[in-house]
Unconditional design. Structure first.
Length: 226
């Protein structure tokens, strides 16, 4: 009677060993699979982190380039009481001839004389006539308003003002000193400043705060508050 019992026990033992081995394999496979998932997740995390850092680096570079582009653009903020840093002093302003300062396009000409910014002339205004025409004296033909006056008497008290002018100097005489500004360049004489930007020629008096932003589209007159 013992032999069948022994045989059964042996079969049972073999079955138990088979289950144990299968369990170990399954457990090992699960552990390996989990390790693979963790490694994959870790790799994805590293890749995501690298992509994030690359994105941040790209964003920082774009921001720096934007700031550089803005600086190269030559933007200027008119201020009272001080000449902008980096502005160069105009030397040829002592006599009546003074000096003409031209925009890079050659469309705007500003005349400094006697240590003052006297006026700016815009060539395209004679054709486009954004401010219409003006009769200089009774019987004369209308002349397009093409001049921004910064010095002299103004009937309405506004300075600068836009007017037609043919009784004063105009640029182009060969013997007159002339200087063409690059974009971003700023010059001054006395308290008066002119800055050349890609948008406009900006000129103002640092003492009175009177100024104008001048370009082909039109002239924006401003008065800085003290």
């Amino acid at each position: 009677m013992r032999n069948p019992i022994v045989k059964v026990s042996a079969v049972a033992l073999i079955g138990l060993l088979s289950l144990s081995l299968t369990s170990c394999k399954i457990g090992s496979g699960s552990q390996n699979a989990q390790s693979s998932l963790e490694a994959s997740a870790s790799g994805n995390g590293t890749q995501g982190s690298a992509q994030s850092e690359a994105s941040q680096s790209s964003s920082t570079t774009a921001s720096t380039q934007s700031a550089t582009a803005s600086a190269q653009d030559g933007g200027v903020t008119p201020t009272l009481g001080s000449i902008p840093q980096g502005a160069s002093r105009l030397e040829d302003v002592g006599d009546a001839r003074g000096i003409w300062v031209n925009s890079p396009s050659g469309n705007i000409h500003c005349w400094f004389a006697g240590d003052l910014l006297q006026l700016c002339v815009v060539d395209s205004y004679r054709v486009d006539k954004p401010y219409g025409e003006q009769v200089l004296f009774p019987g004369s033909l209308p002349i397009a308003k093409d001049t921004i006056l910064f010095a002299g008497y103004s009937e309405d008290g506004e300075m600068p003002r836009i007017a037609a002018r043919r009784d004063g100097p105009v640029p182009g005489n060969p013997d007159e000193p002339m200087r063409t500004l690059a974009y971003g360049e700023t010059v001054y004489a006395g308290n008066d400043v002119c800055a050349s930007t890609s948008e406009a020629m900006v000129c103002w008096d640092t003492e009175t705060g009177d100024g104008a932003k001048i370009n082909r589209a039109g002239t924006e007159i401003f008065h800085l508050k003290k």
